[in-house]
Ligand binder design. Structure first.
Ligand code: SF4
Length: 363
């Protein structure tokens, strides 16, 4: 069974300066055509029930009320067992949209906040204020959507440790169950990239990451993945499907899916998508690809990878198969093997890409 369904809504009100996601400025006519085509793509999905559904973007709430309702109605043919999440942005959210979400059974909201410092929000190119965030929380209260995650960011040059701590303190004072906090990356085709923006120094970003980890863990938000923290039992179940390397459908512009030993990526090209040419590529994963990708995803989790389950699922003995990479990284304090799990240590989380290179090169 395919466990998750991801649906992409590629519209935003304004492009954020750091963003390289597949999106376009909202345009009514384009959004109608997009939903027509998305509906066609969804009709091709041969399964009606999932554990989780996730509507992401872009900004799903950039859709006006009637188009958001059309999207939710279209998705109502799918049922979910555990979690139905939608991403919202405070500036494009109101009580009517919150009540619509309630009507269609959405039980989790992921709110794009990024910071509570309005100067920094301005530098990011975000178009909401703290008042918009307070209102968004109020609308979610009214709709009874209690399972809420927020996104924060760090690594901006103008961001001081004090500003970051204020963001963390404000976050833990809110009525939220989950916090995702991402380090800024500057991609060449973003506004920051085109301006030649320089990140904060490596040492400062390292100190910020450590502070985030300590602060949130001290305030009951347990780290369970490189960038994700939650109150007990509030992990993102949808994202856990990715990290456990389970199967999922992705629908919409630039969405990806994994079904058995095939991974696909939809096109990022609007024109091609609207013509019905949804797929950009389909990759057939060989036995070694599956084994490696399961390691790559599982090592992001603090709990790590259950060795017995891995061995059974991939018909190999992980500790023997990857012996060199595991021994080297265990001896350097970056990985550990205990209680039947292979997991990344807190130092290892900082150099996860380097660890994965060892797994790739030493087979
Ligand atoms: S960060 Fe989110 S809201 Fe901002 S442009 Fe990217 S997708 Fe849109």
């Amino acid at each position: 069974m395919i466990k998750g369904l991801y649906v992409h809504v590629p519209f935003c009100n304004n492009p954020c300066h750091y963003c390289d996601f597949a999106k376009a400025r909202f345009n009514y006519g384009l959004a109608v055509r997009y939903l027509d085509e998305l509906e066609r793509e969804l009709e091709g999905i041969g399964q009606d029930s999932f554990e989780t559904i996730y509507i992401g973007g872009g900004t799903p709430t950039a859709l006006p009320h009637e188009l958001l309702e059309r999207l939710l109605k279209m998705l109502s043919r799918f049922s979910f067992a555990q979690e139905y999440t939608i991403e919202i942005n405070p500036e494009s959210f109101d009580l009517d949209k919150a009540l619509l979400m309630q009507k269609y059974g959405i039980n989790r909201a992921s709110i794009g906040i990024q910071s509570f410092n309005e100067g920094l929000l301005n530098e990011m190119g975000r178009s909401h204020s703290n008042l918009d965030t307070i209102n968004a929380m109020y609308y979610l209260d009214k709709a009874g959507i209690k399972n809420r995650s927020i996104d924060l960011m760090y690594g901006f040059r103008s961001q001081t440790m004090e500003m970051l701590e204020n963001d963390l303190q404000t976050a833990v004072n809110m009525d939220i169950t989950h916090i995702s906090i991402y380090e800024l990356e500057v991609h060449p085709d973003t506004i920051l990239g085109m301006k030649g923006y320089q990140l904060a120094d490596d040492e400062i970003r390292y100190q910020m990451y450590c502070r985030i980890r300590d602060f949130l863990n001290e305030h009951s938000y347990r780290q369970y993945e490189v960038s994700n923290f939650c109150l007990a039992h509030h992990e993102s179940r949808h994202n856990m499907i990715y990290w456990h390397y389970e199967d999922y459908y992705g629908a919409g512009l630039a969405a990806s899916g994994k079904i058995g030993n095939e991974r696909y990526d939809n096109t990022r090209n609007f024109i091609e998508y609207l013509k019905g040419n949804h797929r950009d590529s389909v990759v057939r994963l060989g036995r070694e690809d599956l084994r490696f990708e399961a390691i790559m995803m599982g090592l992001r989790l603090i709990e790590g990878i259950n060795i017995a389950k891995y061995d059974e699922r991939y018909s190999c003995q992980m500790l023997k198969h990857y012996r060199k990479a595991i021994e080297k990284n265990v001896s350097e304090g970056l990985l550990e093997v205990s209680d039947g799990y292979l997991r990344t240590t807190s130092d290892g989380m900082l150099v996860l890409n380097d660890i994965l290179v060892d797994f790739m090169s030493w087979l």
